[in-house]
Design a protein around this ligand. Structure first.
Ligand code: G6P
Ligand code: G6P
Ligand code: BGC
Ligand code: BGC
Length: 910
């Protein structure tokens, strides 16, 4: 009797052992798995075998892990794991450990995950009904609606990426199966769906697999982290591979993170020897039969299912649950990984295991509990060992890549299986240690999910550009700083050391309509040297007739001696008078001289310093009227009477003032930048008198020369300054004006290319040549319709063979740089406007700003951005922006008319 029972028990035991034996992998088998995985890793990387490889080895366009200097505020979406999350990630000071995250989890209903999508594809559904609401809800909750943050998108499925923000979904895995998505670009779908609602705007910068996000999250803490592992609902690994080994991606320099998609391992039947009947059953019953075979043996979504199938089998054989197969046991999915983890916990007594089973509706005895625990153990152990074998292949590959005998490396890990299961991580680590004895592998758990990593990737890309985006708060701060600079420049005691010189111009009013006469205007200092004849007549109404000619000013003259420069000007003037047949006349001349000059009267102008391209010797500190007169006298073929020297800003204000009497500000956004405005005389300490107003030439280009703007200057601004003819000077001008903008863009592109973020890391000699990108190119690239074609043309000329993504990225860079310029000018102009408003002591300022300059005129978006920001920064104003159609020469003539009238009146009196 006893022996019969013992025999029965023994035979039952044997049956159970036999069933579970298939899950026990010998060291040799594990070695084989490692070797096969290694082969598949190589096949996935090779051009020829890549298309048919079971381990896809997808490029991610992530070229490096974070270095701790990233900062900014980013939005992240995290879709594809157990939870769908929306996050804001704030990386504060550019130091490690300074990340703050705010997130919310939203449930994704099954019908969306597996939507047959009669009407919409999954993205449309999610975006329209869910994602849109979630993001919008989240932004509301964060008080961040209307802020257009860069977004990183963790999307935990295999995507064929052709750029960091482009990824065609290869196939759904895990529990997702929505139609009309496979083969399409996920980022495009997301963008499209958001656009359709037109409610908010997202700037999707990167699409990131969860393994990559996890690696980046962990690498932020530990620079040795170069592998990302997910052991969760799904199973996958990414790691930093040498570019030269990734045959189907161009470029040989540096590294790129490869998303192995090892879940697909086994698709070519090479692990059939270790797959069991249960694995095949689970595969057959899954949403994607035949696919993700390795994942189905190793990940959380399937382990419970394998266990359930074994339990059914054992029950059938009368080995469990008293041989009764209940409806409950037949229910797919009852055995979730979290139960597996609980059952296997060493801390649980058998009774507690039993109660879990009972809770699952499985009426079990204590013996049953023991067997169930054993089954769970066999299945999860195999999963951990297989992951370990796979990981051993990866670390050995990295070790060999680097030609090392021993490798020390860190794996960043995430996923519910790894985190919740009591033994998974230990077995995994043991296996790696046994199979890759030459590698010391540390595992660190990603505490924050992969959303943080996605944000970090976004930050890596955005790093250089981040510092160029300003909040309104920062702009208001800059506005206040400039207000202080203006006050310093105006004050008697503070003026000598002020950087913003606030130069009196001796122009006392804008044209009043009574000006008349025949004048010559010289216009030197912008992109063109021009001479004009301006006739202002007064028959019925005031009319102006102008004729003008442009003269060359060759580089050697600009950089030669001052006397040569003025000889050249005098020669051109002679030529012009000759052509106009007025050489015998002595017409009054107005001289627009677009450089900072100190005046004590209208017709005396001492050049303080050259700016922009000019650098002729012996002129700084001299009166340019005297220099020009001397040059004219030396010729002796004509006579001239220079009556007024005006800055181009003043000329512009006067030109515009001719059409609009309210004009009291003149600004130039061209080769250089500057502004003038009408100030109350009583506030100008350096000029006597209290009544009325005088135009002040601010010379705002020098703002920041004393270090006031160091916090917002970037490494590129510093490089521009170093390479300029006037280092340390005109620092504000160098951040905003046309002479430098193209070069700024070029420097950023070089840096990004060097980091592998552009042009697949290719850098050509042309790209490295100073001046090869001009501001007019920036304007062309930012055109809304043909901008991308222009970008391609321009970049192709630089020899870089840009991809479409490159062109988009370059357009983005241009926009950031030109936007910064418009924003900064809005801040300084805002300061002038608020000062005018205070001077007038009025609750609302109504005024006109006269503007000129090639950047303002030629750039497709600049004017609109500037106007918009000014209105936001100075809400209590109604500002009309008036473009000076005819340059500042006309304005110079107006000043001259006024000056000659004054002179005549004076002569009359004498
Ligand atoms: C992290 C990521 C998810 C990822 C998950 C895997 O938390 O943020 O995007 O898919 O790990 O874990 P799970 O177990 O949820 O699949
Ligand atoms: C006007 C003036 C020039 C001035 C220029 C600035 O056209 O007549 O004297 O310097 O604007 O623009 P630019 O883009 O040529 O520097
Ligand atoms: C997906 C991977 C993902 C993994 C972990 C797999 O099913 O194919 O892209 O990394 O699950 O979430
Ligand atoms: C000069 C200003 C001028 C501005 C615009 C600056 O470099 O210093 O005097 O108004 O360029 O041309």
């Amino acid at each position: 009797m006893v022996t019969a029972v013992a025999q029965r028990l023994a035979s039952q035991r044997k049956e159970i052992d036999d069933t579970l034996a298939a899950f026990a992998l010998s060291p040799t088998q594990l070695q084989e798995v490692k070797a096969k995985m290694r082969v598949e890793l190589e096949r996935g990387l090779k051009k020829d075998s890549h298309p048919t490889a079971s381990v896809k080895m997808l490029p991610t366009y992530v070229y490096r892990t974070p270095d701790g200097t990233e900062r900014g505020k980013y939005l992240a979406l995290d879709l594809g794991g157990t939870n769908f999350r929306v996050l804001v990630v704030k990386i504060r000071t550019g130091m490690r450990n300074s990340v703050r995250m705010y997130n919310k989890i939203y449930a994704i209903p099954l019908e969306i995950m597996q939507g047959t999508g009669e009407e919409y594809n999954m993205f449309t559904i999610i975006i329209l009904y869910k994602l849109r609401n979630c993001i919008s809800d989240f932004l509301d909750y964060m008080g961040m609606k209307n802020t257009r943050l860069p977004l990183g998108f963790t999307f935990s499925f295999p995507c064929n990426q052709t750029g960091i923000d482009k990824g065609d979904l290869v196939c759904w895995t895990k529990g997702f199966k929505a139609t009309e998505c496979e083969g399409y670009d996920v980022v495009d779908m997301l963008r499209e769906a958001i656009k359709r609602r037109n409610e908010f705007d997202l700037d999707i910068v990167a699409i990131v697999n969860d393994t990559v996000g996890t690696m980046m999250t962990c690498a932020y803490e530990d620079p040795k982290c170069q592998i990302g592992l997910i052991a969760g609902t799904g199973s996958n690994v990414c790691y930093m591979e040498e570019m030269k080994n990734i045959e189907f991606v161009e470029g040989d320099e540096g590294q790129m993170c490869v998303n192995t998609e090892w879940g697909g391992f086994g698709a070519n039947d090479n692990i059939e020897d270790i797959r069991t009947r249960y694995d095949r059953e689970v595969d057959g019953g899954s949403l994607n039969p035949g696919k993700q075979r390795f994942e189905k043996m190793t990940s959380g979504m399937y382990l419970g299912e394998i266990v359930r199938r074994i339990l059914i089998d054992l029950t059938k054989h009368g080995l469990l649950f008293r041989g009764r197969i209940t409806e409950r046991l037949k229910t797919k999915g009852i055995f979730e990984t979290k139960f597996l983890s609980q059952i296997e916990s060493d801390r649980l007594a058998l009774l507690q295991v039993r109660s879990i089973l009972q809770h699952l509706g499985l009426d079990s005895t204590c013996d049953d509990s023991i067997i169930v625990k054993e089954v769970c153990g066999a299945v999860s152990r195999r999963a951990a060992q297989l992951c370990g074998a796979g990981m051993a292949a990866v670390v050995d590959k990295i070790r060999e890549n680097r030609g090392l005998d021993n490798l020390e490396i860190t794996v960043g890990v995430d996923g519910t299986l790894y985190k919740l299961h009591p033994h998974f991580s230990t077995i995994l680590k043991d296996t790696v240690r046994e199979l890759a004895p030459n590698c010391k592998v540390d595992f660190i758990l990603s505490e924050d999910g992969s959303g943080k990593g996605a944000a970090l990737i976004t930050a890596v890309i955005d790093k250089y550009l981040y510092a160029m985006r300003f909040s309104d708060e920062t702009l208001r701060d800059i506005m206040a700083r400039f207000r202080r600079e203006m006050e310093n420049g105006l004050g008697r005691d503070t003026n000598p050391t002020a950087t913003v010189k606030m130069l009196p111009t001796f122009v006392r009013s804008i044209p009043d309509g009574s000006e008349k006469g025949d004048f010559i205007a010289l216009d030197l200092g912008g992109s063109n040297f021009r001479i004009l004849r301006v006739k202002v007549s007064h028959e019925k109404k005031q009319t102006v007739q102008m004729e003008s000619q442009i003269y060359e000013t060759p580089e050697d003259i600009i950089h030669g001696s001052g006397s040569r420069l003025f000889d050249h000007v005098a020669e051109c003037l002679g030529d012009f008078m000759e052509k106009q047949k007025i050489k015998d006349k002595k017409l009054p001349i107005g001289f627009t001289f677009s450089f900072p000059c100190a005046h004590t009267k209208l017709d005396e102008a001492v050049l303080l310093t050259w700016t922009k391209r000019f650098k002729a010797s012996g002129v700084e500190g001299m009166d340019v009227v005297k220099l020009l007169n001397k040059a004219i006298k030396k010729r002796g073929d004509y006579d001239a009477d220079i009556m007024a020297v005006v800055n181009d800003t003043v000329g512009t204000m006067m030109t515009c003032g001719f059409d609009d009497q309210r004009c009291e500000v003149g600004i130039i956004i061209g080769t250089g930048t500057n502004a003038c405005y009408m100030e109350e005389l009583r506030h100008i300490d350096l000029v006597e008198g209290d009544e009325g107003r005088m135009c002040i030439n601010t010379e705002w280009g020098a703002f920041g020369d004393d270090g006031t703007l160091e916090d917002i200057r970037t490494e590129f601004d510093r490089e521009i300054d170093r390479g300029s003819p006037n280092p340390g000077k005109q620092l504000f001008e160098k951040m905003v004006s046309g002479m430098y903008m193209g070069e700024l863009v070029r420097l950023i592109l070089v840096k990004m290319a060097k980091e592998g973020l552009l042009f697949e890391g290719r850098i050509t000699p042309e790209l490295l040549t100073k001046g090869k990108i001009e501001t007019k190119h920036v304007s062309a690239i930012e055109k809304s319709k043909e901008g991308l074609t222009k970008a391609e043309e321009i970049l192709t000329r630089l020899g870089v063979e840009p991809s479409e993504d490159d062109c988009i990225a370059v357009q983005h860079v241009c926009a950031i740089v030109s936007f910064r310029s418009a924003n900064l000018i809005a801040a300084t102009l805002g300061a002038i406007l608020t000062r005018l408003k205070d001077n007038k002591n009025t609750p609302r300022l109504r005024t006109t700003v006269g503007i000129d300059g090639s950047l303002y005129k030629m750039h497709p978006q600049y004017a609109r951005r500037l106007h918009k920001t000014v209105r936001r920064l100075v809400p209590e104003s109604d500002v009309r922006f008036l473009l000076s159609e005819s340059g500042s020469g006309k304005g110079a003539a107006m000043v001259t008319a006024w000056a000659s009238r004054l002179q005549n009146a004076f002569m009359h009196r004498v």
